[in-house]
Ligand binder design. Structure first.
Ligand code: GAR
Length: 210
Protein backbone atom coordinates (compact mmCIF):
# COMPACT_ATOMS: atom_id res chain seq x y z
CA UNK A 1 0.00 0.00 0.00
CA UNK A 2 1.24 3.46 -0.93
CA UNK A 3 2.03 5.77 1.97
CA UNK A 4 0.02 8.99 1.88
CA UNK A 5 0.53 12.20 3.86
CA UNK A 6 -2.37 14.69 3.76
CA UNK A 7 -1.87 18.45 4.21
CA UNK A 8 -4.78 20.47 5.64
CA UNK A 9 -5.51 23.93 7.04
CA UNK A 10 -9.12 23.57 8.14
CA UNK A 11 -11.96 21.17 8.82
CA UNK A 12 -10.37 18.32 6.92
CA UNK A 13 -13.50 16.77 5.42
CA UNK A 14 -11.56 15.75 2.30
CA UNK A 15 -8.80 14.29 4.48
CA UNK A 16 -11.47 12.24 6.29
CA UNK A 17 -12.89 11.04 2.96
CA UNK A 18 -9.40 9.89 1.95
CA UNK A 19 -8.82 8.22 5.33
CA UNK A 20 -12.21 6.47 5.13
CA UNK A 21 -11.48 5.16 1.62
CA UNK A 22 -8.09 3.89 2.80
CA UNK A 23 -9.78 1.81 5.49
CA UNK A 24 -11.11 -0.60 2.85
CA UNK A 25 -8.94 -3.74 2.79
CA UNK A 26 -8.34 -3.60 -0.96
CA UNK A 27 -7.60 0.15 -1.19
CA UNK A 28 -4.07 0.62 -2.57
CA UNK A 29 -3.06 3.42 -0.17
CA UNK A 30 -3.00 4.33 3.53
CA UNK A 31 -2.94 7.71 5.27
CA UNK A 32 0.18 7.64 7.47
CA UNK A 33 0.06 11.24 8.73
CA UNK A 34 -1.72 14.57 8.53
CA UNK A 35 0.23 17.84 8.47
CA UNK A 36 -1.32 21.26 9.09
CA UNK A 37 -0.06 24.83 9.05
CA UNK A 38 -2.64 25.57 11.77
CA UNK A 39 -2.50 23.88 15.19
CA UNK A 40 -6.19 24.80 15.56
CA UNK A 41 -7.29 23.07 12.32
CA UNK A 42 -10.38 21.00 13.16
CA UNK A 43 -9.13 18.21 10.93
CA UNK A 44 -6.12 17.52 13.17
CA UNK A 45 -8.24 16.35 16.09
CA UNK A 46 -10.41 14.26 13.75
CA UNK A 47 -7.30 12.59 12.31
CA UNK A 48 -5.91 11.93 15.79
CA UNK A 49 -9.24 10.34 16.80
CA UNK A 50 -8.74 7.89 13.95
CA UNK A 51 -5.28 7.04 15.19
CA UNK A 52 -3.48 8.95 12.44
CA UNK A 53 -0.24 10.76 13.35
CA UNK A 54 -0.62 14.55 13.22
CA UNK A 55 1.86 17.41 12.97
CA UNK A 56 1.29 21.19 13.10
CA UNK A 57 3.72 23.78 11.79
CA UNK A 58 2.53 27.31 12.53
CA UNK A 59 4.04 29.76 10.10
CA UNK A 60 4.56 32.33 12.90
CA UNK A 61 6.92 29.94 14.72
CA UNK A 62 9.43 30.28 11.87
CA UNK A 63 11.42 33.32 10.77
CA UNK A 64 10.82 32.77 7.06
CA UNK A 65 8.77 30.79 4.56
CA UNK A 66 11.95 28.85 3.73
CA UNK A 67 12.44 27.80 7.37
CA UNK A 68 8.78 26.87 7.72
CA UNK A 69 8.98 24.64 4.64
CA UNK A 70 12.32 23.17 5.73
CA UNK A 71 10.74 22.05 9.01
CA UNK A 72 7.81 20.47 7.16
CA UNK A 73 10.17 18.74 4.70
CA UNK A 74 12.30 17.34 7.51
CA UNK A 75 9.23 15.70 9.06
CA UNK A 76 7.98 14.58 5.66
CA UNK A 77 11.27 12.80 5.04
CA UNK A 78 10.85 10.75 8.22
CA UNK A 79 7.38 9.72 6.98
CA UNK A 80 8.64 8.70 3.51
CA UNK A 81 5.36 9.25 1.69
CA UNK A 82 4.78 7.89 -1.80
CA UNK A 83 2.04 10.46 -2.35
CA UNK A 84 1.25 13.84 -0.75
CA UNK A 85 -2.38 15.03 -0.94
CA UNK A 86 -3.16 18.70 -0.38
CA UNK A 87 -6.70 18.84 0.99
CA UNK A 88 -7.69 22.41 1.80
CA UNK A 89 -4.08 23.40 2.50
CA UNK A 90 -4.40 27.15 2.10
CA UNK A 91 -0.73 28.10 1.79
CA UNK A 92 1.15 28.35 -1.49
CA UNK A 93 4.16 26.00 -1.47
CA UNK A 94 7.43 27.21 -2.98
CA UNK A 95 8.86 25.90 -6.22
CA UNK A 96 11.73 24.22 -4.36
CA UNK A 97 9.32 22.39 -2.06
CA UNK A 98 7.17 21.21 -4.95
CA UNK A 99 10.16 20.11 -7.03
CA UNK A 100 11.19 17.76 -4.23
CA UNK A 101 7.84 16.01 -4.59
CA UNK A 102 7.06 16.53 -8.26
CA UNK A 103 4.76 13.93 -9.72
CA UNK A 104 3.91 12.69 -6.21
CA UNK A 105 1.95 15.70 -4.90
CA UNK A 106 -1.68 16.33 -5.81
CA UNK A 107 -4.33 18.89 -4.83
CA UNK A 108 -8.08 19.25 -4.92
CA UNK A 109 -9.52 22.60 -5.98
CA UNK A 110 -13.26 23.35 -5.86
CA UNK A 111 -13.70 24.56 -9.44
CA UNK A 112 -13.54 23.18 -12.95
CA UNK A 113 -9.94 24.21 -13.60
CA UNK A 114 -8.53 26.00 -15.53
CA UNK A 115 -11.57 28.17 -14.67
CA UNK A 116 -11.52 30.06 -11.36
CA UNK A 117 -8.18 29.19 -9.77
CA UNK A 118 -7.39 30.78 -6.40
CA UNK A 119 -9.71 32.18 -3.76
CA UNK A 120 -13.46 32.99 -3.83
CA UNK A 121 -13.85 30.45 -6.57
CA UNK A 122 -17.58 29.74 -5.96
CA UNK A 123 -18.62 33.40 -5.96
CA UNK A 124 -16.66 33.95 -9.15
CA UNK A 125 -18.39 30.97 -10.82
CA UNK A 126 -21.80 32.38 -9.80
CA UNK A 127 -20.88 35.91 -10.93
CA UNK A 128 -19.77 34.52 -14.30
CA UNK A 129 -23.22 33.01 -14.77
CA UNK A 130 -21.91 29.43 -14.84
CA UNK A 131 -24.61 26.74 -15.02
CA UNK A 132 -22.20 24.01 -13.99
CA UNK A 133 -19.47 23.99 -11.36
CA UNK A 134 -17.32 21.24 -9.94
CA UNK A 135 -13.96 20.19 -8.61
CA UNK A 136 -10.59 19.18 -9.99
CA UNK A 137 -7.80 16.96 -8.69
CA UNK A 138 -4.53 17.97 -10.29
CA UNK A 139 -0.80 17.41 -9.96
CA UNK A 140 0.79 20.28 -8.07
CA UNK A 141 3.23 22.39 -10.04
CA UNK A 142 4.66 25.80 -9.26
CA UNK A 143 1.75 27.89 -10.54
CA UNK A 144 -1.26 28.06 -8.24
CA UNK A 145 -3.98 25.56 -9.21
CA UNK A 146 -2.26 25.00 -12.55
CA UNK A 147 -0.87 21.49 -12.77
CA UNK A 148 -2.04 18.68 -15.08
CA UNK A 149 -5.56 17.42 -14.39
CA UNK A 150 -6.04 13.94 -12.93
CA UNK A 151 -9.80 13.90 -12.47
CA UNK A 152 -12.83 16.18 -12.46
CA UNK A 153 -16.46 16.05 -11.42
CA UNK A 154 -19.29 18.49 -12.21
CA UNK A 155 -22.44 19.61 -10.38
CA UNK A 156 -25.20 21.99 -11.49
CA UNK A 157 -25.39 25.61 -10.38
CA UNK A 158 -29.02 26.25 -9.41
CA UNK A 159 -31.01 29.47 -9.36
CA UNK A 160 -30.61 31.21 -6.03
CA UNK A 161 -27.27 29.55 -5.25
CA UNK A 162 -24.96 31.41 -2.91
CA UNK A 163 -21.24 30.79 -2.62
CA UNK A 164 -22.02 28.70 0.48
CA UNK A 165 -24.75 26.56 -1.07
CA UNK A 166 -22.63 25.93 -4.15
CA UNK A 167 -19.56 25.14 -2.02
CA UNK A 168 -21.57 22.56 -0.06
CA UNK A 169 -22.80 20.87 -3.28
CA UNK A 170 -19.27 20.80 -4.72
CA UNK A 171 -17.85 19.45 -1.44
CA UNK A 172 -20.08 16.37 -1.57
CA UNK A 173 -18.55 15.41 -4.93
CA UNK A 174 -15.05 16.30 -3.74
CA UNK A 175 -15.44 13.55 -1.15
CA UNK A 176 -16.07 11.03 -3.95
CA UNK A 177 -13.58 12.39 -6.48
CA UNK A 178 -10.51 12.69 -4.27
CA UNK A 179 -10.47 9.02 -3.14
CA UNK A 180 -11.02 7.97 -6.75
CA UNK A 181 -8.11 10.09 -7.97
CA UNK A 182 -5.88 8.81 -5.16
CA UNK A 183 -6.75 5.22 -6.11
CA UNK A 184 -5.86 5.84 -9.77
CA UNK A 185 -2.57 7.36 -8.73
CA UNK A 186 -1.70 4.71 -6.15
CA UNK A 187 -2.34 2.02 -8.79
CA UNK A 188 -0.07 3.83 -11.24
CA UNK A 189 -2.96 4.32 -13.68
CA UNK A 190 -2.21 8.02 -14.00
CA UNK A 191 1.15 9.73 -13.68
CA UNK A 192 2.80 12.99 -14.59
CA UNK A 193 5.21 12.96 -17.52
CA UNK A 194 6.77 16.03 -19.17
CA UNK A 195 4.23 18.27 -17.47
CA UNK A 196 1.23 16.23 -18.66
CA UNK A 197 -1.05 13.72 -16.98
CA UNK A 198 -0.65 10.34 -18.69
CA UNK A 199 -3.48 7.86 -18.24
CA UNK A 200 -3.46 4.15 -18.77
CA UNK A 201 -5.64 3.07 -21.70
CA UNK A 202 -9.19 2.29 -20.65
CA UNK A 203 -10.16 -1.38 -20.71
CA UNK A 204 -13.13 -0.82 -22.98
CA UNK A 205 -12.39 -0.56 -26.68
CA UNK A 206 -13.74 2.39 -28.65
CA UNK A 207 -15.34 1.66 -32.04
CA UNK A 208 -12.83 4.01 -33.68
CA UNK A 209 -9.82 2.15 -32.27
CA UNK A 210 -7.55 0.61 -34.88
C1 GAR B 1 -12.36 22.14 -0.07
O1 GAR B 1 -13.49 22.60 -0.75
C2 GAR B 1 -11.13 22.22 -0.96
O2 GAR B 1 -11.41 21.88 -2.30
C3 GAR B 1 -10.78 23.66 -0.83
O3 GAR B 1 -10.95 23.96 0.53
C4 GAR B 1 -11.97 23.10 1.06
C5 GAR B 1 -11.39 22.38 2.25
O4 GAR B 1 -12.39 21.67 2.94
N1 GAR B 1 -9.47 23.92 -1.28
C6 GAR B 1 -9.08 25.07 -1.81
O5 GAR B 1 -9.80 26.04 -1.95
C7 GAR B 1 -7.61 25.12 -2.22
N2 GAR B 1 -7.36 26.26 -3.02
P1 GAR B 1 -12.00 20.48 3.92
O6 GAR B 1 -10.94 21.02 4.90
O7 GAR B 1 -13.28 20.18 4.63
O8 GAR B 1 -11.48 19.34 3.10
Amino acid sequence: RKRVVVFISGGGSNMLALAAACEAQDFPAEVVAVISDKASAGGLAKAAERGIATFAFERRDYASKAEHEAAILATLETLSPDIVCLAGYMRLLSGEFIQRLEGRIINIHPSLLPLFPGLHTHQRAIDAGMRIAGCTVHFVTEGMDEGPILAQAAVPVVTGDTADSLAARVLTVEHKLYPLALKLMAEGKVRMEDGHAVREQQGTAHPDDK
